[in-house]
Design a binder for this molecule. Structure first.
Ligand SMILES: Nc1ncnc2c1ncn2[C@@H]1O[C@H](COP(=O)(O)OP(=O)(O)OP(=O)(O)O)[C@@H](O)[C@H]1O
Ligand SMILES: [Mg+2]
Length: 474
């Protein structure tokens, strides 16, 4: 079993790292000073040292490494503070270079790599996380992106609550990232290797929800042809995310409360209690107190759930996050599509000026649409369509038929585009069906068939139709 020595002045941070390292199958020791670290080194030689750079910057820090600078030296992982990236990694022969606040995925990656190739190799500085990645480090926490003060507070709350077993109630508008926060709490907890199940309490029928939640025994009701394991059993050891908790039927809220209080539950049709080892994270986009007042959420359950309340801020409260989120989503799209599209300054200005009623989800949709519609690698302001702008029906721009241009909006069906194109083409050639069919690349018969479908067999009818779509009149 690889042994990890954590040299860290911040006790909470050290505990968090120790939990992670144990999860990766390592044994751990913690030292809060170099003095203690030296004692630990004598006691048991580590394979890996996670080193706080605040301690390594003076000469004694290097001395700690020098003492072991032989073939069996441990790997040194420097946990750099975000703004001291350029500290001389080489001088302490660090094999990896991590960023605070701790990026769990990176620690995991580093530890698992070391687990595979246990002892030191000082030439692995190529693995040092690049300056570019480091720059992004202050823009994100796990899967969550954002550099604004409100998001930094969310990150700090997650960092503190994740390693505990406290129940968390996440409250925030739709699209603010509640599910992503729940997932991040799970990722950062000691349950990370276990299941994370997300259940939308509003999407399961009232008849089924109890058996979906707690499972049922064979024959417990008509149609129960075999035993069924519910969400509680399937997320055993992990985290159960109860989304839209206020939509859970009242009688089930009582049962959930009982599970939270006793730590046990029963399958439908059984009276044998089963132990529940599940961390509950719940979410709602309603104001919980109002939900209690109007009887949607039981008050006792509310108090039990909100041991640790966490509010996800709206995007309009944190305009500083618009740009890093755009960069993140566009990077994802570019990676997927092997492209290198960028936003023009005009597009960025328009994105910054928008109020984002649909929050991060809307921003993601807007970028995805713009990415698809972009005609070149530059995504301009005119390509952006926001969620609150209704999808425009297919239109032939006024005058378009004359100059041969036709504008089609995203969200238009292919059938609608085809119809508009056929009518605009006929208009262009003054109703000459043979010429229109030739231009459209279809047979004359197909053209007649389409026109029959449109119920506009006579040309004057077609003209009226075509003019209507051109001017947008009904
Ligand atoms: N901080 C963030 N960084 C990166 N992506 C984010 C962030 N916040 C939200 N997202 C993305 O935005 C979308 C919406 O997020 P999520 O589903 O977590 O919102 P929600 O609050 O649960 O919304 P709803 O109440 O409608 O269920 C997802 O695609 C998610 O990945
Ligand atoms: Mg959600």
């Amino acid at each position: 079993m690889p042994h990890v020595l954590i040299v860290e002045t911040d006790a909470a941070c050290a505990d968090h790292l120790a939990t992670l390292a144990r999860f990766e199958g390592c044994s751990t020791a913690i030292a809060s000073s170099l003095e203690e670290a030296r004692q630990q080194l004598v006691f048991r030689r580590p394979d890996v040292v996670l080193l706080d750079p605040a301690l390594s910057e003076d000469s004694t820090g290097e001395e700690l490494v020098d003492v072991n600078d032989d073939n069996s030296s441990p790997e040194i992982i420097l946990m750099n503070a975000p703004f001291s990236i350029e500290s001389p990694v080489g001088t302490v022969a660090a094999a990896e270079h991590l960023l605070k606040p701790i990026d769990v995925q990176m620690v995991r990656h580093a530890l698992s790599r070391i687990g595979r190739t246990p002892l030191a190799h000082h030439d692995t500085c190529a693995d040092v996380i690049s300056l570019k990645d480091a720059g992004q480090g202050k823009n994100r926490y796990g899967r969550l992106w954002g550099r604004s003060a409100p998001m930094q507070r969310v990150f700090e709350q997650i960092r503190r609550v994740a390693p505990t077993s406290a129940t968390v109630l996440i409250v925030g508008e739709s699209g603010t990232g509640k599910e992503l926060v729940a997932q991040t709490i799970h990722d950062m907890s000691r349950r990370a290797g276990q299941p994370f199940l997300a259940v939308n309490c509003g999407a399961i029928s009232a008849q089924l929800i109890e058996s979906e939640m707690f499972g049922h025994e064979k024959g417990s009701f008509t149609g129960a042809t075999r035993q069924h394991k519910g969400y509680f059993e399937r997320s055993h050891g992990g985290t159960l995310f109860l989304d839209e908790i206020t939509e859970m039927p009242a009688e089930l809220q009582v049962k959930l409360l009982r599970v939270l209080e006793t730590g046990t539950f029963m399958r439908v049709g059984s009276d044998e209690p089963l132990a529940s080892d599940v961390r509950i994270v719940a979410a709602t986009n309603r104001v919980p107190r109002e939900a209690v007042e109007c009887g949607r959420l039981r008050e006792d359950l509310y108090y039990r759930l909100s041991v640790f309340p966490l509010a996800t801020p709206t995007l309009r409260e944190r305009p500083d996050d618009v740009e890093p989120l755009c960069t993140h989503f566009l990077d994802e799209l570019n990676r997927e599509g092997q492209t290198s599209r960028t936003l023009t300054p005009g597009a960025i200005a328009r994105l910054n000026a928008h109020a984002w009623p649909g929050n991060v989800r809307e921003l993601r949709n807007v970028l995805q649409r713009a990415y698809i519609m972009a005609e070149s690698d530059e995504i301009g302001a005119e390509t952006l369509r926001f969620d609150d702008e209704p999808a425009r029906p297919a239109t032939v721009q006024p005058g378009g038929a004359a100059d041969g241009a036709m504008t089609v909006s995203v969200g238009t069906s292919i059938a609608e585009v085809e119809r508009s194109l056929i009518l605009a083409t006929l208009e262009r050639v003054d109703g000459d069906k043979r010429q229109a069919a030739e231009m459209l690349g279809i047979s004359l018969k197909t053209l007649y068939n389409r026109l029959r479908e449109y119920g506009a067999a006579r040309l004057d009818e077609i003209r009226v139709e075509s003019l209507r779509s051109a001017t947008g009149t009904a």
